[in-house]
Design a protein around this ligand. Structure first.
Ligand code: COA
Length: 193
């Protein structure tokens, strides 16, 4: 496959879609799910209006140092979540990433794996980044498993950073370098770099 024919935005289960103004309504509904909110962020969970969701995405998920996609299923184009590269430092060729599938019905079915493969390919192959890092709560075992599976390494932790239900948890740092990603991909995914 020619590298220019590579479908950058389309995986087997999900595609990386442009955020649309109407999407904020569904994101607002997901914010009413405390379980989801406590997995996706270490900040205090609270339901957010569509307006607040849209403002936050504008502030943190757009601009010159962030690229945010909304995740839509290939099967029927349902909106199921988001994935974002943010805190991009172009001089250092680094970014942090975040992912959230807001519809619990879609958890544990491979959608996150497909989305992670797409966003890493986008980060290394289109944005030409050198490194992608992330933070994850120590209690988020599903997310940690997923990150390990796509090649992220544990790089350290901020001890006792999170306090939930009377218990303290570490905030874990993970990261993947471009070369680590490249050697783990079949030629059809990482053809030339
Ligand atoms: C974390 C998240 C993106 C993972 O995506 P997903 O589609 O649910 O995960 P996948 O189906 O691709 O599974 C990934 C791996 O985790 C494993 N897994 C599934 N549930 C698990 C659990 N409860 N504990 C540990 N591992 C689990 C899967 O088996 C799979 O590994 P395997 O292929 O070796 O078996 C998604 O669940 C999500 O958005 N959760 C809520 C928000 C969140 O946690 N965001 C991340 C913040 S850091």
């Amino acid at each position: 496959m020619s590298e220019l024919n590579l479908s950058l935005f389309r995986g087997q289960l999900v595609r990386l879609a442009a955020p649309q103004p109407d999407d904020a309504k569904l994101f607002s509904r997901w914010s009413e799910n405390a379980v989801y909110m406590r997995l996706v962020d270490t900040d205090y969970a609270r339901p957010m209006s569509a307006e607040v969701v849209a403002e936050r995405e504008k502030a943190h998920g757009s601009g010159p140092n962030a690229v945010t996609f909304h995740l839509r299923t290939i099967k029927d184009d349902s909106l199921i979540g988001f994935v974002s590269l943010h805190s991009i430092e172009w001089n250092n060729q680094t970014a942090l990433m975040s992912i959230g599938i807001g519809e619990p019905d879609y958890w544990g079915k491979g959608y996150g794996l497909d989305a992670m493969r797409l966003i890493l390919r986008y980060a290394f192959y289109e944005l030409n980044l050198h490194r992608v890092g992330l933070h994850v709560s120590a209690y988020n075992t599903r997310a940690i498993r997923l990150y390990e599976k796509v090649g992220f390494k544990h790089e350290g932790s901020i001890r006792d950073f999170i306090f939930r239900d009377g218990q303290r948890y570490d905030d874990i740092f993970m990261g993947i370098l471009r070369d680590e990603w490249r050697v783990s991909q079949p030629p059809s995914i990482a053809p030339l770099i």
